[in-house]
Design a protein around this ligand. Structure first.
Ligand code: AHR
Length: 522
């Protein structure tokens, strides 16, 4: 009942940007300490990095990692994490009410990223600091030998410049929760000055301004317009952040689950609005460059649990002053994901790819333990959440050009987004290797759908295209709430999907309710 086609005249959206498969490591809970770094762990290497986690990071296919925050960065001194470990200061982290030991910092993270094979996207503190600290950090990180900060890096054991190109100028500066949060005019002026000076130092940098923390912020839209208009000349990207969760998860409310399954509708609208504001800024400047979107926090986050915990701190704080030390690397935001969560993340990835003319970078938040696809048990094994699989498949196989196919699909009703297509999908085709990928989701909570896929339109790219399906996977569980856990980490994993290909090269398959699929073809 569903027909997916690529019409012959369909032009590609754009090429798949390598940074689409980015992730995020914040000093938060056990993402760094007990996640990527656990010196006492049986798998730890000479730098204290968990090699079991490194193996999974490589398998996940992450290309670029945003670091070190997040809310954390807005009260962070980057210098604290450099130099001999035993001399680094211990500080209070105001964002997450933790004690930060600074055992990991930029030098260590650079070493880790070399082992993981990932680029770094570095965020600077615009909360308690700003221009001077950003310039010092840039010199420390990227400078050639012979100036004070660069020589300090060399003395700390990193002899070569780190060559970090992509920098986030602050984090969620519109958020009232952010240390040093700003109004749109204040931030517009601050980011313009910092970006301008950073580009005087290195014109090849790619700089990201904070966009709105979510599409639901009161200043959403206005913020983007003011910031991008003021700083247009010095910026390359504006950030977008969006988290989703099933608001009915505590009561297994199926209406809420159906809405949650359609979350990508919100993401698509979000992208369209940010792009509109970026284009307005371009027009105001008679500019010739597009400001791209760095969707540098996205994913499923059951933030209701965190909000309850934060409310409890605030209630306790009214009782008096803090005389107890804040915890080091506590269990925070350790969401365990279901089959439905994985389908939603697969659907969000499809949406990002379909908008890759505008979204040229994206970071799934976060990487390990904290709202993460990889879990690392203290002194124990590392394992894959359900959400690992859709990301890993896209990162491994989505290459070449992206096509937004025509999808003729029945609709499902949602309270939040109205009637939306049950099936969503995207196709990538790599003309060089002559390999392609279909990613599709069935967001229908109640019905399976039979899908026919015609790839005739790829012929102009592919020549005579005799479709051969080389691999077809399905992620689905009859219980959409089923999760992988430390005790049963393989409860929900992809299985082989049955597909048929007829003599006219039409591919047919059935997608059960709440499912994600990846079909690789040549
Ligand atoms: O990823 C968790 C938090 O979500 C980040 O620190 C912050 O930027 C966002 O609000």
């Amino acid at each position: 009942d569903v027909i997916i086609t690529i019409p012959a005249d369909r032009t590609p959206v754009a090429d798949v940007p390598p940074r689409m498969f980015g992730s995020f490591v914040e000093h938060l809970g056990r993402c760094v300490y007990g996640g990527i770094y656990e010196p006492g762990h049986p798998s730890a290497d000479e730098d204290g990095f968990r090699t079991d986690v490194l193996d999974l990071v490589r398998e996940l296919g992450v290309t670029c990692v945003r670091y070190p925050g997040g809310n954390f960065v807005s009260n962070y001194n980057w210098e604290d994490g450099t130099g001999p470990r035993d001399q680094r200061p211990v500080r209070r982290d105001l964002a997450w009410h933790c004690t930060e030991t600074n055992e990991m910092g930029i030098d260590d993270f650079y070493r880790w990223s070399r082992k993981a094979g990932t680029e770094i996207m570095l965020a600077v503190n615009m909360g308690t600091r700003g221009l001077k600290a950003a310039l010092d950090e840039l010199e420390y990180v990227n400078g050639a030998a012979g100036t004070a900060w660069a020589d300090q890096r060399i003395a700390n054991g990193i002899t070569e410049p780190m060559d970090i190109r992509m920098w986030c100028i602050g984090n969620e500066m519109d958020g009232p929760w952010q240390v040093g949060h700003m109004d749109p005019d204040e931030y517009a002026s601050a980011v313009d000055k910092v970006a301008h000076a950073m580009k005087l130092a290195e014109s090849g940098l790619e700089l990201v301004a904070c966009g709105s923390s979510s599409a639901h912020m009161p200043t959403f839209g206005t913020w983007e317009r003011k910031v991008l208009t003021k700083a247009y000349d010095n910026l390359d990207f504006v950030s977008a952040h969006a988290y989703y969760y099933d608001h009915g998860h505590k009561t297994a409310d199926r209406g809420e689950l159906q809405d949650f399954l359609a979350s990508a509708e919100d993401m698509a609208q979000f992208i369209a609005t940010v792009a509109e504001q970026a284009d307005a800024a371009k027009a105001a400047h008679h500019g010739d460059k597009d400001i791209a979107i760095s969707f540098d926090e996205w994913g499923v986050w059951y933030s209701d649990a965190w909000n309850e915990q934060e409310a409890q701190w605030k209630a306790e704080a009214t009782q008096g002053l803090h005389h107890e030390a804040w915890p080091k690397a506590p269990h925070l935001l350790e969401d365990i994901y279901s089959a439905a969560d994985a389908v939603v993340e697969g659907s969000l990835m499809i949406t990002l790819l379909k908008h890759c003319d505008r979204v040229r970078s994206a970071s799934r938040a976060q990487l390990v333990n904290v709202i993460a696809p990889i879990m690392a048990e203290p002194n124990g094994p590392a394992w894959k959440q359900t959400t690992f699989y859709p990301f890993a498949e896209a990162a491994a196989k989505a290459r070449g050009n992206v096509y937004a196919p025509t999808i003729d699909s029945p609709t499902i009703h949602t309270a939040t987004y109205g009637d939306v297509a049950a099936i969503d999908a995207v196709v990538t085709w790599d003309a060089q290797t002559r390999t392609g990928l279909l990613l599709a989701v069935n967001r229908d909570l109640n019905n399976a759908h039979t899908v026919t896929l015609s790839l005739d339109g790829l012929e102009s790219q592919a020549g005579e295209h005799n479709v051969t399906v080389t691999r077809a996977q399905l992620l689905h569980d009859d219980d959409p709430y089923r999760k992988n856990t430390a005790d049963n980490p393989l409860a929900v994993t992809p299985t082989a999907l049955d597909v048929t290909v007829d003599e006219s090269h039409t591919v047919t398959f059935s997608l059960p309710a709440v499912s994600w699929t990846a079909i690789e073809f040549t």
